[in-house]
Design a protein around this ligand. Structure first.
Ligand code: COA
Length: 198
């Protein structure tokens, strides 16, 4: 560390305090070096769709207005208000939402967005490509193959227009990586998200 760097660190510490300094020195680099990285996956062959791993009703929504109030309530209640906002943003941005319900209870969600509705992504997309995102299984339904089946099903659906299906997963998210790979996707890159306008 040279003198200028040390004096900048000391000035920062005096101005912002120790927690902010630790965040700046440890958390931010850790986030940049590890947490922010994504694997990018592609699926080029329409996958087979086996029977679902449990008896479920699959619901399909194309707009926030069409979303059943009880589905929204259950998502917000079990996954938090941020998921309610994510639902609205995704549906307003041209995504479609699939919801798996088991005995009327929401069990899993998966979004899919056509390439034509994506401004910029990790790799260039054609209009008839599709991006799968936001796959989530509610905690009490996890580890039963539900999201793997949802990904297969939605990929099959999204590839009917002749394009490819893509997905991205944070590099540390082992369950999601395994689900995407089991559903027939192949890893093609390790990248950080593009910034808007880049
Ligand atoms: C990631 C997530 C969607 C997986 O859902 P799920 O329905 O439990 O997944 P599946 O049962 O289909 O399992 C997928 C794979 O992950 C494995 N897996 C599931 N949970 C795991 C865990 N906690 N640790 C390690 N592996 C796990 C399964 O064994 C399976 O691997 P396999 O095909 O090699 O046997 C779920 O954990 C979740 O909702 N997490 C929070 C949201 C999230 O991270 N979403 C991903 C966005 S890209």
């Amino acid at each position: 560390m040279n003198g200028t760097l040390v004096s900048r660190v000391v000035r920062f510490y005096r101005r912002e305090g120790l927690p902010a300094l630790l965040r700046e020195l440890c958390v931010r680099p850790y986030r940049r070096l590890v947490l922010d990285w994504h694997y990018v996956f592609v699926c080029e062959q329409v996958p087979e769709v086996p029977p679902p791993p449990m008896e479920l009703e699959l619901r399909h929504y194309r707009s926030a207005e069409a979303l059943d109030a009880e589905v929204r309530r259950s998502v917000v209640g079990e996954l938090g208000a941020h998921m309610g906002r994510a639902l609205d943003e995704a549906l307003a941005g041209g995504a479609e939402l699939f919801v798996a319900c088991v005995s009327e209870a929401v069990a899993a969600l998966q979004f899919v967005r056509p390439g034509r509705a994506v401004d910029h992504w990790f790799v260039p997309l054609r209009p008839n490509d599709a991006v799968l995102f936001g796959g989530t299984t509610l905690p009490r339904f996890r580890r039963r193959g539900l999201v793997t089946w949802m990904i297969r099903h939605q990929t099959h659906y999204a590839m009917q227009g002749g394009g490819r299906a893509y997905a991205d997963v944070k590099v540390w998210n082992t369950p999601a990586i395994r689900a995407v790979e089991s559903a027939g996707f192949r890893r093609i890159a390790r990248m950080r998200p593009l910034r808007s306008g880049s």
